[in-house]
Design a protein around this ligand. Structure first.
Ligand SMILES: *Cc1c(COP(=O)(O)O)cnc(C)c1O
Length: 445
């Protein structure tokens, strides 16, 4: 941690006086890796530049939206054009129709969609809608799956089979999470058990289409399909949270990969509701939820489930999202897959060469490295890893100009703009970072 970043350090000091922890979203504070967060000033393609003028190959991509790379000319042009016509009207506009049509066209189970301003709003609204549709209250979620900071969904502790959850965050009343049943990811027996106990009270199962907020933990073959079957057998809905995976893993996200036969066991099924965010905003605040028309019909003003937003369907945000989606074609997805494969292998091989046991896990072009020799199936497995090695690895890479997620429990993101130059810079940085990981020791408790 020898890099001097005086401009970032000065901004961080000011930020700390006016903003809790100096950041507007916790992981940005570098708490789990230590050191001073880098304040970014600009980005182009695969590269971002901090306020000290240092360049980095970006493997975060704003946590997903920058799938075409930073400052993509088509996205910038679409936004500039929208801005020139006004920022917000609080009325319907053409951009919302175009973006909704694009989503419906790409994702078969989505017959109708509503736009919101974040992934959190999307999952919050989808759960409300599922409860309104089924006239039931309980929700099944998986330990280690993140669905935004919705009060009820901040329950992921207490991952014992079908135990009623305790809140993960202060300020979330136990009464709010009492209706949430947390079960281990990839554990169908635990889901069956939850339904055998509470079947006629369960409104929905919510799952990440592929878990990517505890590191990347893909669903076992047929897992998502089984969730749909169990939910439907019990009169409940399946909400597939594709806020991170949607439009990233394929034209139709993780659902598209499964429906396309990558997972043959999973064919012939569909979630009832899907949630989106990240990629569909192109870097501006957009979320969405959609699915079966008969369920969506319950939303106000059609039906009794209230949901609204002053900036929902904002013309500038929808223009960015639409341009982002239009830039995503088969060539881009092939490049993303290949790049993810290359980077993942480079990292894993470098760590092995340095004697560091590790596990590369992928869901399409999303991947992460676990510092463990064992395959990771769920949150308990993920927490078994030697995450203390990650801080040393992260800072060595950062010094060498590679910007990784500042936590061992986050996915890595590649973009259409990651080219041979970016890959070479990553490859060059790896031996030293792997050596740093190898010699890292656990922080004393
Ligand atoms: C990022 C994320 C969310 C929350 O989206 P925000 O836009 O940050 O509110 C919800 N679900 C998943 C799976 C996510 O990755």
């Amino acid at each position: 941690m020898t890099t001097h970043s005086p401009a970032s350090a000065a901004l961080f000091a000011r930020a700390l006086t006016v903003t809790p922890g100096g950041v507007n979203s916790p992981v940005r504070a570098f708490r789990s890796v230590g050191g001073t967060p880098r304040f970014m000033a600009s980005g182009r393609g695969a590269w971002i530049t901090d306020v000290d003028g240092k360049h980095y190959v970006d493997l975060v991509g704003s946590w997903g939206p920058m799938i075409l790379g930073h400052s993509h000319p088509d996205v910038i042009a679409a936004v500039t054009d929208a801005v020139s016509r006004g920022l917000s009207f609080g009325t319907p506009g053409e951009g919302e129709v175009l973006l909704a049509e694009e989503i419906v066209r790409r994702v078969a189970p989505v017959e109708q969609v509503r736009l919101v301003s974040s992934g959190t709003e999307a999952t919050m609204s989808a759960v409300r809608l599922a409860r309104g549709f089924t006239k039931r209250t309980k929700v099944v979620k998986f330990a280690g799956c993140y669905h935004g900071h919705v009060d009820a969904l901040l329950a992921s502790a207490g991952s014992g089979v079908a135990t009623l959850a305790l809140p993960d965050s202060a300020g979330v009343p136990a009464t709010t999470t009492a209706d949430v049943i947390v079960v281990p990811y990839n554990d169908i027996a635990a889901v069956e058990l939850a339904f055998s106990k509470y079947g006629d009270e369960i409104a929905c199962v919510i799952t990440e289409a592929a878990a990517a907020n505890m590191g990347v933990v893909p669903p076992l073959p047929g897992f998502n399909k089984m969730l749909a079957e169990i939910a439907h057998r019990n009169g409940a809905l399946l909400i597939s949270d594709e806020v991170m995976t949607g439009f990233r893993l394929s034209r139709a996200g993780m659902y598209g990969l499964e429906a396309a036969g990558l997972d043959p066991v999973a064919q012939g099924w569909a979630p009832d509701l899907l949630t989106f965010g990240k990629v569909i905003g192109g870097g501006l605040p957009v979320g969405a939820f959609g699915g079966r028309a008969d369920v969506m019909a319950l939303l106000a003003p059609e039906g009794p489930v209230y949901q609204a937003g002053t900036l929902s369907g904002n013309p500038v945000a929808t223009a960015a999202g639409l341009a982002n989606l239009r830039g995503l074609n088969d060539t881009v997805y092939a490049h993303l897959n290949e790049t993810a494969n290359t980077v993942g292998r480079l990292v894993s091989d470098a760590l092995y060469a340095a004697g560091v046991p590790n596990r590369l896990q992928r869901a399409g072009n999303l991947f992460s490295i676990f510092f463990t020799a064992e395959q990771v199936f769920n949150y308990d497995d993920a927490r078994e890893q030697e995450s203390f090695r990650y801080a040393a690895f992260f800072h060595s890479m950062l010094d060498a100009g590679i910007y990784l997620p500042p936590s061992a429990f986050e996915a890595w993101f590649v973009s259409a703009a990651h080219d041979d130059l970016a890959l070479q810079q990553i490859a060059d940085a790896l031996p030293a970072a792997a050596a740093a990981a190898a010699s890292a020791t656990p922080a004393r408790a």
